[in-house]
Each structure stands twice: as C-alpha cells, then as structure tokens.
Design a protein around this ligand. Structure first.
Ligand code: ADP
Ligand code: TYD
Length: 208
C-alpha cells in the first residue's frame, strides 16, 4: 500500500462557478495534507503574477475585453503558472491543490462566445499537465450569487451575473472525462470536504 506520506506527485484541481466554495475546499485539502506531513502546495488561477494582475484589473472593469483577448490572457497566465509553479512542485513530488485551471477557461470564455472544445484544444496544444482529479463543486447559480454577495472585501466582478453563470455551469456539467468528479456543493462545508477527502485518500500518485 502507498504510504500516506508518499502521496505525491498529485495534481488536484478544484472547479466551479464563483461562490461555489472552491477556495474554502482548497484550503481544507491543503491543510489536511500538510497536517499529515504530506508536502503540498496551494495554487490559484488567475495567479498573482504579471498576467494574473492584468486579468484581475480586467475583471473589475465594466466593459469586458473581447472573449479572444480574455482567452489569450488566461493562456499566458497559465503558461507562466505551469512553468514557475505547477511543474516544479510536481517534480518535487508535492500534492498540488489548484483553485481553477483550464476547465474554467473552457466554461467562462466558452460562455463568452468561444466554442469550449476549441479552448480545450488550445490548452492541450500548449502541453499543460493534465490533472489527476478535478473536483467540480456544483451549486445552483442563485445560491452561488447569494454567497458571493455576502463575501466581504471583494466587489462583484463582471462574470458574477446570473444568466452568464448559468451558461458557465451548463458547460462545466457537460464535461465527462474520467478525472472529473461532481461534488454536491449545497451540503455543509464539512460534508463537502468529507466527500472530497474520501476520494482523495484513494488517489494513486501520477506517473512522472
Ligand atoms: P469560491 O472560491 O468558489 O468563489 P468560496 O470558498 O470563497 O467560493 O466561498 C464563497 C462564500 O461561501 C464564503 O463566504 C464561504 O465561507 C461560503 N461557503 C463556502 N462553502 C460553503 C458551504 N458548503 N455552505 C455554505 N457556505 C459556504
Ligand atoms: P477567482 O478569483 O477564482 O473567482 P472566485 O473566487 O469568485 O471564484 O477567479 C476570477 C474569475 O476568473 C472568475 O470569475 C472565473 C474567471 N476565470 C476565467 O474566466 N477563465 C479562466 O481560465 C480562469 C482560470 C478564471
């Protein structure tokens, strides 16, 4: 049996609409792994790097950049994240706990008008590493928006609109590859984490 301390390398991605509880669950998984002595790193896209900062500024604007420009910026941010953060951590046998990845790209820029299959193909063409598991935290849009409006310290961003997020959710729910696990995000924080933890404990380290 794999030793609990020898869990990595593993690449775990959390996806969901804004307010679904991704950040909360990323924190819980990262803390759980760390408390067991498992080397882990918690990452997020958009990142805190130069491209990520440009994206965050764009998200605060009222008039959104065209979808193609959004796609270009998110791809550049992801390329930097893969080179500087994700690949080095996987090479060090860490568990990478990632808040959003290219599935968000397909769902959000897909909802903005670009065919999601094309977005996936562009990401794959850049040879970004595939995750070992994607936890998609599913909640209805109205619940998510209620949570986002109650979140302190962040204004409402351009994507946080009901009709748009409904399209985003529909695209997420159409993904069906084997690494994609739909988690019921309407349960309590503790119940959602119990579902994730149960699955996480059974994952096998990836081949390098
Ligand atoms: P995301 O990262 O997906 O935008 P957050 O983790 O920031 O979502 O959660 C959004 C808000 O909802 C936060 O105030 C958080 O405390 C709360 N929250 C997260 N998960 C749940 C849950 N399962 N039930 C109720 N509230 C939750
Ligand atoms: P994030 O800070 O994770 O938002 P939240 O905490 O509210 O869930 O992400 C900011 C926004 O960026 C979010 O609305 C989704 C969007 N996004 C894309 O449109 N494309 C992408 O490729 C990624 C990674 C994020």
């Amino acid at each position: 049996m794999t030793s609990i301390l020898n869990r990595g390398p593993l690449f775990i991605v959390f996806e969901g609409i804004d307010g679904s509880g991704k950040s909360t669950q990323c924190d819980l998984l990262y803390r759980h792994a760390s408390s067991m002595g498992i080397p882990a790193v918690r990452l997020a896209e958009p990142t805190g790097g130069a491209w990520g900062k440009r994206i965050r500024a764009m998200l605060k604007e009222q008039a959104m950049a065209p979808a193609e420009e959004q796609l270009r910026l998110f791809l550049l941010d992801r390329q930097e994240d893969v080179e500087k953060n994700i690949m080095p951590a996987l090479k060090e046998n860490r568990v990478v706990v990632m808040d959003r990845y290219y599935y968000s790209n397909a769902a959000y820029q897909g909802a903005a008008g670009i065919p999601p299959e094309r977005i996936i193909a562009e990401n794959r063409a850049m040879s970004f590493p595939e995750p070992d598991r994607v936890y998609y935290i599913d909640i209805p849009v109205d619940t998510a928006l209620r949570r986002v409006s109650g979140r302190s310290g962040k204004g409402t961003e351009v994507f946080e609109k009901e009709h748009f997020l409904q399209k985003v959710r529909d695209i997420f729910l159409a993904f069906s590859d084997g690494r994609f696990m739909i988690v019921d995000g309407t349960k309590t924080i503790e119940e959602v984490f119990a579902d994730i933890k149960r699955d996480f404990e059974c994952l096998q380290p990836r081949e390098q």
